[in-house]
Design a protein around this ligand. Structure first.
Ligand code: TRP
Ligand code: ZN
Ligand code: CA
Length: 442
């Protein structure tokens, strides 16, 4: 989170969020609004057993060996890989679907696995491409990501996880032909379905033999979850720069879905400075077997595969089991806005940045309007896209003063980021007032 990017977020609100408290951040002179819904913190992910991830790689290697040495699009080894992964997921209780497409005259396949439950309007996705190039078995590229995502999905099943958000896992076909499978998936998702995806996490090459620890520099909230995991291990990370847009996350990013991911390096050379951080061999590629026949089970660094698989699970757990946003975080405007008597509507804006996905179904809107006759007032919350949520109607017999209240709005179809407005109109002559402050608590 870049807290400095929230100019309207008051020091009081920040202090309260930092203290993990949920008391009102409204000025002391006002009645305290009702407390927002209590936050739930994210559940801790299990350790992902390296032996299990490596067992998946051994299986993918066997499949390649039995099918002409590769698992490439249009070859028997690809479909055999897909069927293998699908069988494991089906046995673990996932709802799986194969999506077919055609590329370069051959049939390709994506595998989509949904874990039943969670908020269908807020989907956390993790995926990896399952195809290899035709020159080899593709065990680091991308058996590693495929196995890490598979073992994380199986861990979700072992834990019988009940995430807040809906979890979906994906294995893409024909990435090596130009992100073909993931593009096909995204292009065939109706806009309404796309907007339900809170984030897509991509794992392509996470066990490189001379590894670096690279985190995609995309959605800040996803990036932070991944970086924090490595920081907790005491492992330095760098931002991924070996080709933004060179893997399936680009298909999602291109349609505005928040993305993130991990990468341990491909053909680029490891520098001396990177060897200082991570060990390994300077002047040598992160993966000397990238896109070649030696990309076998021997082409894996176990430590890198282990750490990245654990980070993957950590991100899946954290992003799917926590609250929609960090608990109790409030965005407030304390700028007074005069409300003209029997006049045009006025607005006050609160800007939300750096979040992932949509606002919650229980968005709390704390309103503090000072007015001499509250029955004159019509109050709406206006989402960044302009959709309005009525908080209060005018009423000729609502004769009290002031509107000091907390409203709960189902804003789960609205992306959290953007300029939210409180819109207030005074529709009857004589009494007057002003917006004193208002705040959104996620
Ligand atoms: N599959 C990718 C490719 O063949 C590997 C890759 C290269 C990559 N650079 C990347 C993956 C950067 C993620 C991020 O091009
Ligand atoms: Zn790849
Ligand atoms: Ca009035």
């Amino acid at each position: 989170m870049k807290f400095s990017a929230f100019p309207r977020r008051t020091a009081a609100a920040a202090a309260i969020a930092l203290a993990g408290l949920l008391a009102s951040a409204a000025p002391a002179a006002t009645a305290a609004p009702a407390a927002p819904a209590a936050p739930t913190s994210a559940l801790a992910a299990p350790d992902i057993p390296l032996a299990n991830v490596k067992a998946h790689l051994t299986q993918l290697q066997s499949i390649a060996t039995a099918n002409g040495g590769n698992r490439a699009h249009g070859r028997a080894g690809y479909k055999a890989s897909l069927d293998h992964v699908k069988a494991k997921l089906d046995a673990a209780g996932f709802t799986t679907a194969i999506q077919q497409f055609t590329s370069s005259g051959a049939t390709g396949y994506n595998l989509i696995a949904d874990w039943p439950g969670g908020d269908a309007n807020q989907i956390v996705m993790a995926g990896a491409h399952l195809d290899s190039v035709s020159s080899g078995a593709g065990i680091n590229d991308n058996g590693s990501g495929s196995a890490g995502v598979l073992e994380t999905a199986l861990a979700v099943s072992r834990a019988q996880l009940q995430p807040t958000k809906h979890l979906r896992f994906a294995w893409w076909g024909a990435e090596e032909l130009g992100l073909v499978g993931s593009k096909y998936y995204v292009n065939n998702l109706p806009a309404a379905e796309r907007s339900k995806i809170s984030g897509y996490l991509n794992f392509d090459m996470i066990g490189s033999p001379n590894p670096g620890y690279f985190v995609y520099d995309d959605d800040p909230a996803i990036e932070k979850v991944l970086k924090d995991y490595f920081a907790g291990l005491g492992v330095a990370t760098e931002i991924e720069t070996e080709g933004d847009g060179r893997s399936d996350h680009a298909s999602f990013k291109n349609v505005g879905i928040p993305v993130g991911g991990l990468f341990t390096g491909a053909g680029r050379t490891k520098t001396a400075a990177q060897v200082q951080k991570w060990g390994g061999t300077a002047g040598q590629a992160f993966d000397r077997c990238y896109h070649s026949s030696c990309d076998t089970t021997a082409n894996i660094n176990d430590t890198a595969l282990d750490r990245n698989s654990d980070a993957l699970a950590h991100a899946v757990w954290t992003l799917s089991t926590g609250t929609t946003v960090p608990p109790g975080e409030a965005y407030e405007s304390t700028t007074d806005v005069a409300i003209p008597d029997n006049g045009a509507a006025v607005t006050s804006t609160v800007t939300v940045t750096g979040r992932t996905g949509n606002a919650p179904a229980t968005l709390s809107v704390g309103v503090d309007i000072r007015h001499t006759w509250r029955g004159d007032l019509v109050v709406d919350l206006v989402a960044p896209d302009g959709s309005a949520y009525r908080l209060k109607n005018s009423s000729s017999n609502d004769s009290a003063d002031n509107v000091v209240a907390t409203y709960t709005v189902n804003a789960s179809s609205e992306p959290a980021n953007g300029a939210w407005k409180l819109r207030v109109q005074d529709v009857a002559a004589q009494d007057t007032g002003y917006i004193n402050s208002w705040k959104l608590t996620f």
